[in-house]
Write a protein that binds this ligand. Structure first.
Ligand code: ZN
Length: 213
């Protein structure tokens, strides 16, 4: 299925519809949001167009502070870039108490990581995905896995690795130690709508269940 035909026209029509009906219906929400934001959670996910964080979590504007990049990476603390700035702002200014790293099924970035030949013409993508390279040896050792199982394993291990990177940021570690921040590692399945969550005690991903407040 392709939406490429008249892409910009389709988008501009969408804006008109938003302004003429959606905005009017939610005018009080937008007026309130114009005064400031206090989102519930930082949501880090992939750029993949098939993920819609607000649709998936049934949240409104103002509820999620979202950072997206190819392969939902959180580069280690000593790497410069936008993720670092996003984290700093989310935690220091917005005082966000929950941070989610959400990978997804059929991730092209993880597919590329597993098949470096496919990234030969994309040096920037290849370089960016260096932040996930550490997951490769364990996956390569699991020789009995099918290509699909390997991809799913890579998607999960990548989420866990990025959570590990996150915990090294001093202002993250501080808040974790003070009980002021919770980290969550999720995988969203495009084909079923399911979401699994990393269970650190069991060391695996399980269907997402509601946690006590
Ligand atoms: Zn992806």
């Amino acid at each position: 299925m392709s939406h490429s035909k008249g892409g910009a026209t389709r988008i501009i029509q969408g804006i008109q519809h938003f302004q003429e009906s959606v905005f009017r219906e939610k005018e009080s929400l937008f007026r309130r949001l114009s005064e400031g934001q206090s989102p519930h959670a930082l949501f880090i996910t992939c750029c993949d167009s098939r993920i819609d964080p607000n649709l998936l979590t049934q949240t409104e504007p103002g509820e999620l502070f979202i950072h997206r990049n190819i392969g939902n990476q959180v580069p280690p603390f000593d790497c410069s870039g936008g993720v670092r700035a996003t984290l700093e702002y989310a935690l220091k200014t917005l005082d966000i108490r929950d941070a989610i790293v959400c990978g997804h099924s059929k991730c092209g970035a993880m597919q590329g990581l597993l098949n470096p030949d496919s990234l030969r013409d994309m040096p920037f993508v290849a370089q960016w995905l260096e932040h996930a390279r550490a997951i490769l040896p364990a996956i390569e050792q699991a020789a009995t896995l099918s290509p699909e199982e390997k991809l799913n394993r890579a998607i999960e291990r990548n989420v866990v690795l990025q959570l590990e990177h996150l915990q090294v940021y001093p202002f993250v570690a501080e808040r974790l130690a003070a009980g002021k921040l919770r980290l969550h590692g999720w995988v969203y399945f495009i084909e079923s709508g399911q979401v699994t969550a990393y269970d650190a005690d069991k060391g695996c991903f399980l269907p997402l269940v509601r946690t006590p407040e």
